[in-house]
Design a protein around this ligand. Structure first.
Ligand code: NAP
Length: 455
């Protein structure tokens, strides 16, 4: 895949980049490794000041950064602004809490004193996706740098200007040279880098094949990994739910980021008694969405990020139709304009056991399933290889307790949108990956949990 900025709304190539050669990669690895030796000795206070400054740069220049994101991957500009603001929030969060999260923890034993100390691991490779090109990187970088680690970013090949802008923000914030670098490289170079002795661990957010490949190499070299992979999140609406609120959130949950979010609601599982009503209300909402130029403030849905994603989604929709699915709206790419546009689409009647019902649809396509009761809803919710998030709607206490206890996912949101929040851990189970980002759990992923025993 070429490293280039190609505007997904027009198909125009705006800028291309030469990938780094082997000598340039080696020089960056050296620099990262050397930087770690000094950086690990810096205080939480110094790191906090730098991260605070990064937050200020993000806040002050959010319009510029948002524009680059929209240009490279097509998310609506207003959503890109919110994304930059959220990056500043995660910087503030770890500025404030990292020292407490990583403070020594005393433990009473037979020693004179014994305690747990958290120390950085070293150079961490972050392989990141294009869908939240700033947020995914900052939610890795803020805790990793506060813990005293050094970061190397291999960003997705279609967002090189975002990747360069992020490294520049961190450098301008005052972090020492080499503490965070962008590597403009293709995916084929990742295995060599994770195998390199100078790199101590890796995190990857992206697809299952990419995660499998990175984890296999890291495993061979006994290196820690965190994987944040795909999802096919259920959105369960039971008959007792506040239907209006559920439908409004369902629309946001599916359409966020032009439908390209790992935690987007992808399978809508509706109790039969309210299914006709839900279907009609959702259809009305989808038909009211404005598809168009993502730079315009009134656009709800922009283009998909690349022509390949458009093609893959279209193919999945055709398979869904051939498996018995009935299309209520949409169902074909928008062909009367350039760019990778796909309309809001609703598909009902796919047999739950059809293989396509278990796949992740990465775009504005909602699959609707009807179930007789909560037992069937939970069973269907869990009938995928993924386990990232779940949104479930009910006003009944007993139902709420069952949904919390029985849904297999890294997060269950009752009567709300599944979202990431720096204060709460984020991550999945099953084929959605392992490990956690954000909160105290996130900063403790890439540290040596050192046991100290003194007599
Ligand atoms: P992708 O193709 O896996 O790309 C993600 C990153 O991995 C890119 O930097 C890519 O580089 C790199 N990569 C691809 N193949 C690789 C390989 N074999 N070895 C090492 N690196 C490799 O994923 P995507 O299609 O861009 O992103 C969409 C997927 O990410 C969806 O499944 C989505 O659910 C998931 N996602 C998960 C989360 C989460 O937190 N769980 C968040 C966002 C997205 P190139 O661009 O150079 O190919």
């Amino acid at each position: 895949m070429a490293i280039a900025t190609i505007n997904p709304a027009t198909g125009e190539t705006l800028k291309s980049f030469e990938p780094l050669n082997d000598a340039e990669i080696a020089a960056k690895l050296d620099l990262a490794n050397q930087a770690f030796e000094q950086y690990r000795k810096t205080s939480f206070q110094a790191r906090s000041l730098w991260l605070q400054k990064a937050a200020e740069i993000l806040e002050q220049e959010k319009a510029d950064f948002a524009k680059v994101m929209t240009l490279e991957m097509g998310k609506p500009y207003k959503a890109a602004i919110s994304e930059v603001e959220k990056c500043a929030v995660v910087c503030h969060y770890y500025t404030e809490h990292a020292a407490d999260f990583l403070a020594d923890v005393a433990v009473k034993t037979d020693a004179s004193h014994s305690f747990v100390r958290y120390q950085p691991l070293g150079v961490i490779l972050a392989v990141m996706p294009w869908n939240f090109p700033f947020w995914q990187v900052f939610r890795f970088a803020a805790p990793a740098l506060m813990a005293g680690n050094v970061g190397l970013l291999k960003h997705a090949s279609n967002v090189p200007q975002c990747a360069l802008a992020i490294a520049e923000i961190i450098q301008r914030a005052g972090f020492p040279e080499g503490v965070f670098q962008t590597l403009l490289i293709g995916a084929a170079k990742v295995a060599d880098i994770i195998s390199d002795d100078r790199v101590k661990a890796a995190t990857l957010t992206g697809s299952e094949p990419a995660g499998t490949s990175l984890a296999a190499t890291a495993g061979k070299h006994i290196k820690k990994t965190v994987l944040e992979l795909g999802g096919s999140d259920p959105f369960i609406v039971l008959a007792s739910a506040d239907l209006e609120a559920a439908v409004a959130t369902a629309t946001t949950a599916r359409m966020l980021n032009n439908g390209q979010s790992c935690i987007a609601a992808k399978r809508f599982i509706i109790e039969e008694a309210i299914a006709d009503q839900f279907e009609k209300l959702l259809l009305d909402k989808f038909l009211a969405l404005k598809v168009g130029d993502p730079m315009q403030p009134d656009t709800d849905l922009g283009p998909l990020a690349t022509p390949d994603i458009l093609q893959d989604l279209d193919q999945q929709v055709q398979v869904a139709k051939n498996s018995g699915g009935k299309v209520l709206t949409g169902g074909y790419p928008i062909s009367d304009r350039p760019g990778n546009f796909y309309p809001p689409t609703i598909i009902t009647d796919i047999p739950p056991e059809a293989p396509i019902a278990q796949e992740e649809f990465f775009g504005p396509v909602a699959l609707l399933f009807r179930v007789p009761d909560i037992d069937a809803a939970i069973k269907l919710a869990n009938a995928t290889p993924f386990g990232l998030g779940a949104s479930a709607w009910t006003t009944n206490d007993q139902e709420r307790l069952r949904l919390i206890a029985e849904i297999e996912a890294g997060a269950v949101f009752i009567n709300g949108l599944v979202k990431s929040d720096p204060r709460l851990p984020f991550g999945g189970i099953k084929r959605s990956g392992y490990g956690r980002e954000l909160s105290i759990q996130g900063i403790q992923e890439f540290v040596n949990v050192k046991t100290i025993w003194v007599k």
